[in-house]
Design a protein around this ligand. Structure first.
Ligand SMILES: NC(=O)c1ccc[n+]([C@@H]2O[C@H](COP(=O)([O-])OP(=O)(O)OC[C@H]3O[C@@H](n4cnc5c(N)ncnc54)[C@H](O)[C@@H]3O)[C@@H](O)[C@H]2O)c1
Length: 429
């Protein structure tokens, strides 16, 4: 049975190509011209950021949304910027030489991310996709492979990667000074959402429209950070509770037990139904512990490695000597804007992407494995096998087919005129 290893390796390789790909921009102003596809809550904030000229190295070149009212508002807000009614129409204009853009930012509902990304790469464009990479791993893997083979950049909007606290924790772990990883627990339950949120769009919180709940929409940021710091586990056992706190079909609470190569273990708990929620990450290593809570990273370093102390110390109740350092720093810019600038720099100067598409692929591999585990009651091995990818898709299809139509008021997405990055999309302590 062909295992996902090859594909994941491809995705990791995509990261390398992503970094190697040099800019295609030969514009006099040197700016990366982007088309934004899907101009709802987050897409309209990206439009305002790029359209206002505050994103270094990037400018707004086109907009696209399937909602006619949205297009009308956008035409008024961004005169001179062409507005398209579908991704197909936009790519047809690119292919016909009628529209000149370098990259797309995809901010539609998740299930279109990889398919639109594929069309973009085929039209010779770089891709920056909103998270998650897609609903189904196989589609995201295909995009990563195609982008890599075409020498096009594929980035993902994991904007919390720019948070200095997580970046510092990762730096310490990667330096090796804390030794082997033992155990981690991340309780990230402050993704609180009201019923009004779930009712704000008819694609939300349905198997057909969204394809998942808190694991697919809110927690991908934290899952990505967890994997970025600790690497990919080799198995997961997950418990997802569907519609526990809201009138929704998908899960609003998940508890995951993960086993990492080398014997480390982890528990990841997330919810949109707890108030007040919590954001507490602990990571224990042979030579100490990292704790991140309330925006502060505590670095607890042991004077003697615990494994040595355990077998050399003759005092039954002694503890190894300990020192503590605290680190905190607030982001000076919005993380979304930093990822946009990072992407522009990668396109123009060939710099390394902070958040490459391969991170989106890995994050989705983890969440697909968790869904499969919860749906079947089985411990699921990573990398996901082709057979497990098929089982995931087939159970998802069953859920889609048996889902009753949701009676959803379907409020309009955010008015593009009032677009700003919401505090709710940033790291919350
Ligand atoms: N990185 C972040 O902090 C962050 C924050 C919010 C949302 N997101 C992600 O962004 C995506 C969009 O979320 P949202 O809250 O903005 O949703 P939304 O419903 O507010 O906006 C989606 C927009 O896409 C349009 N659309 C739908 N299908 C389309 C298609 N096929 N082609 C073109 N346009 C299409 C809709 O008309 C709508 O305007 C989701 O994947 C979500 O996970 C990321």
């Amino acid at each position: 049975m062909e295992r996902e290893t090859e594909r994941m390796t491809d995705a990791a390789a995509a990261g390398t190509t992503e970094q190697a790909a040099k800019g295609t921009t030969e514009r006099p102003d040197g700016l990366v011209n982007v088309a934004i596809i899907g101009v709802g809550n987050i897409g309209s904030a990206h439009a305002r950021a790029t359209g206002s000229g505050r994103i270094a190295g990037m400018r707004l070149g086109a907009l696209c949304d399937i909602d006619p009212r949205k297009r009308e508002t956008l035409s008024g807000l961004y005169p001179g910027v062409p507005v398209f009614a579908s991704a197909e129409e936009l790519f047809a204009a690119v292919n016909a030489g009628k529209l000149s853009v370098d990259a797309v930012i995809i901010a539609t509902p998740h299930r279109f991310h990889a398919a639109i990304g594929m069309q973009a790469v085929e039209a010779g464009l770089h891709v920056l996709s909103e998270k998650p990479a897609d609903v189904e791993l196989k589609k995201a893997v295909e995009l990563a492979r195609t982008a890599s083979a075409s020498g096009k950049l594929y980035g993902i909007m994991f904007n919390q990667r720019t948070d200095p606290v997580y970046a510092r924790a990762r730096e310490i772990i990667k330096s090796g000074e804390l030794g082997a990883f033992k155990r981690s627990s991340w309780v990230i339950t402050n993704w609180y959402r009201t019923q009004a949120y779930y009712d704000s769009g008819d694609w939300r919180a349905t198997w057909n429209g969204e394809g998942g709940g808190v694991l697919l929409n809110q927690a991908p940021h934290n899952i990505d950070l967890w994997l970025w710091m600790l690497g990919m586990p080799e198995s997961v056992l997950a418990f997802c509770h569907e519609g526990k706190y809201h009138r929704i079909d998908v899960e609003d609470e998940a508890t995951i037990y993960a086993e990492f190569p080398g014997g480390g273990t982890g528990v990841f708990v997330t919810s949109t139904g707890e108030a007040p929620g919590l954001n507490r990450l602990e990571m224990a290593f042979e030579n100490g512990r990292l704790i991140i809570e309330n925006g502060v990273l505590s670095v607890l370093r042991l004077g003697v490695p615990e494994r040595r102390f355990c077998f050399e110390c003759q005092d039954c109740y002694a503890l190894p000597p300990l020192s503590e350092e605290r680190f905190s720093a607030r982001e000076t810019r919005d993380g979304h804007e930093l990822i946009l600038e990072d992407f522009a720099s990668a396109v123009t100067n060939g710099t390394e992407l902070l958040s490459p598409g391969s991170a989106g692929v890995n994050e989705l591999a983890f969440s697909n494995a968790c869904y499969l585990s919860s749906w079947t009651g089985e411990r699921v091995i990573l990398p996901l096998s082709d057979n497990d990818c098929r089982r995931f898709s087939s159970i998802l299809e069953e859920k889609r087919n048996s889902e009753a139509k949701r009676n959803c008021p379907g409020k309009d997405p955010k008015d593009p005129a009032n677009a700003a990055y919401s505090e709710r999309w940033k790291t919350r302590w």
